[in-house]
Every structure is written in structure tokens, then in C-alpha cells.
Design a protein around this ligand. Structure first.
Ligand code: NDP
Length: 295
């Protein structure tokens, strides 16, 4: 069997919490799994479960047609992949890079792979380690469709849903950063809200069910705002941005009266005020997207 087509073996480079979860799911699916990590020791439990521990990254990638990479960022991925011995061993094989970083880093790595005869897919994992190997896991992929289909069976062994977003190699990372933008700004808002609530004598436990009520409003708003942004019409008939700005100012004042840093909320208020200043006060909040898109 050619080194690019054997689907029964897979290598995992990077054994942080996510790399270990990926390797564990592949073992559970009955694949021959070879693992390697920069710092030895993290492979022990996987070896007990049947994984082969390679002595070097080059030896690891030589063991399988497909190598899954999952390290902290693309600086780390480059440090592992672009060593001469690893690059040589990867020639004619496939790399699926599930490391998170920017779309440009994904494009750069694809260029490097093409220059060295390495078949390359990029991807992103949108769910925590505990979901890997379960139906809850969510994976995004981009790169050559044919290559994706060729390795689909191994990718499916990771569990969950896999979406191929297109041939443009940066696409998965583009979704990843935009989705993580939603996540981390929401987390900042929640952290700030908990601090304000606590200053007012409300425990986090008391507050959480009501915060979940707010979260439940968001899916419908995401749909509505998507229609507004794609159509370029931002009706604020039921909730004009002038009204939203007033609410934001209350939050800033209330939190600062307790000595709580309101910089995240101030940034949001500032954007909304700029929209009003540009004469769009009767539009809805999502008009801010247009403002941010101004060159
Ligand atoms: P980390 O993001 O902490 O990555 C740890 C891994 O990166 C270890 O294998 C570590 O090796 C390796 N590493 C760091 N620097 C280098 C380097 N210079 N050279 C070689 N290897 C290096 O942990 P995770 O496993 O959780 O995350 C891996 C990727 O998965 C990240 O891109 C993350 O964003 C993504 N992800 C993680 C999720 C999670 O819930 N954990 C969820 C979704 C995506 P060593 O042990 O030697 O330090």
C-alpha cells in the first residue's frame, strides 16, 4: 500500500489536553495510533491503551499516511513540522493541522506544504476536550475536497460533526477566529456581569439562571442580525441604538460606582455612540458591524 493511502494508521503530534483526547478517540475507534510530544511523559496513558510512542517526530510521521497536528499555535506547529527530518518524512503524506491560529498562518503552512510535496488540510476544533469521540464534538475543515474525502473515515473516528467549509485553506481558521470572538467577548461580558452582581450582593449562583435566560435570547438575534448585516438594512424600530446606548451608560456608571473596571462595556458603548454620531441612531445595534468594517 502506498504511504499516502493506508487508512488504518494515524499519527498524532502534540499531546496537550486536546491532542491526548484526539489520540484517545482514534484508539477507541480501533486505529493504529502513533503519538509524539515535545516533552516526554504525556504519552503514558495512551501507550497503556495501545498507542505506539515514537522516539522522534520524524519517526512518528513516518508511521502513518495521515498525521494530525494539535499543538498550542502555528509557531509550535512550525517548530515540529519544518525540521528537515520531519519535512522529508512527510513527503507524499497528509497533514491535518487542527492547531488554532490565524487564517494567514494556515495559508502560509499550506504554501510550505505544497513546496515540499506534503498534502495539507487545515482544521479547527470548536468544542472542549470532553466532547472528542462523542456526538457533541464539532470540527471544521478546509482545503482540497478530494483530500478531505480521502481521509474522511479517520476524521469521523474523532466523533461529532465534521464540516468541510471549502477549498480555500484559511477558511476553517477564519470561522474559528470569528467564533472564538463571539465566545471570548461573551465570556468577558459574563465575567464583568458577575462582578457587578456580586458588588450588589447577588451571588453568581443566584445570577446564573437569569444569565442563561439572556443567553437563550441570542440564537434568534444571531439569525435576525445576520439578515440585517447581509442585506445592509439595520432596522432599530423595536430597539434603536439610542436606547441601547442609554442602557450601556447605566451599566458603566453602576460598575464604576463600585470601583469595577468597565472598560469592556465602555468599548461597546463607545462603538454604539459613534454609530449614533454618524446619524444612525434609529438603527439597531448591529449597525456597529458596518462601523467596524469601515476602511
Ligand atoms: P495547548 O494549547 O496548551 O497545547 C499544548 C501542546 O502544544 C503540547 O503538546 C505542547 O508540548 C505543545 N507545544 C507548545 N509549544 C511547543 C513548541 N514550541 N514545540 C512543540 N510543541 C509545542 O493545549 P491543548 O492540547 O488543549 O490545545 C491544542 C490546540 O487545540 C490549541 O491550538 C487549542 O487552541 C486547540 N483547542 C483546544 C481546546 C481545549 O478545550 N483544550 C478546544 C478547542 C481547540 P509540550 O507538552 O512539550 O509543552
Amino acid at each position: 500500500m502506498s504511504k499516502s493511502t493506508d487508512q488504518s494508521a494515524v499519527t498524532v503530534l502534540g499531546l496537550g489536553p486536546m491532542g491526548r483526547a484526539l489520540a484517545g478517540a482514534l484508539l477507541d475507534a480501533g486505529l493504529r495510533v502513533t503519538v509524539w510530544n515535545r516533552t516526554p511523559g504525556k504519552e503514558r496513558e495512551l501507550v497503556d491503551r495501545g498507542a505506539v510512542s515514537a522516539r522522534s517526530a520524524a519517526e512518528a510521521v513516518a508511521a502513518s499516511a495521515l498525521t494530525v497536528v494539535c499543538v498550542v499555535n502555528y509557531d509550535a506547529a512550525d517548530a515540529v513540522l519544518r525540521g528537515e527530518a520531519v519535512t522529508d518524512a512527510l513527503k507524499g503524506r497528509t497533514v491535518v493541522n487542527l492547531t488554532a491560529d490565524t487564517p494567514d498562518r494556515a495559508r502560509d503552512t499550506a504554501g510550505w506544504a505544497a513546496d515540499h510535496g506534503i498534502r495539507y488540510l487545515d482544521g479547527a476544533i470548536m468544542t472542549p476536550t470532553t466532547t472528542i469521540g462523542t456526538p457533541e464534538a464539532v470540527f471544521l475543515h478546509s482545503g482540497p475536497e478530494e483530500l478531505y474525502q480521502e481521509h474522511r473515515a479517520v476524521l469521523d473516528a474523532l466523533g461529532g460533526t465534521h464540516t468541510h467549509l471549502g477549498e480555500e485553506i484559511g477558511r476553517a481558521a477564519s470561522y474559528d477566529i470569528a467564533l472564538l470572538d463571539v465566545f471570548w467577548t461573551a465570556m468577558s461580558g459574563y465575567a464583568h456581569a458577575l462582578a457587578v452582581a456580586r458588588a450588589e450582593g447577588i451571588t453568581a449562583r443566584e445570577f446564573a439562571p437569569f444569565a442563561q435566560g439572556i443567553a437563550a435570547i441570542l440564537p434568534a438575534l444571531f439569525e435576525e442580525f445576520a439578515r440585517d448585516v447581509d442585506s445592509g438594512s439595520f432596522s432599530g424600530e423595536l430597539n434603536p441604538i439610542t436606547s441601547a446606548v442609554s442602557t450601556m451608560a447605566h451599566i458603566v456608571h453602576a460598575s464604576e460606582s463600585h470601583g469595577i473596571d468597565a472598560s469592556v462595556m465602555r468599548a461597546t458603548e463607545g462603538l454604539a455612540r459613534r454609530v449614533v454620531g454618524l446619524g444612525h441612531g434609529t438603527d439597531g445595534f448591529i449597525r456597529v458591524t458596518e462601523l467596524l468594517g469601515r476602511r
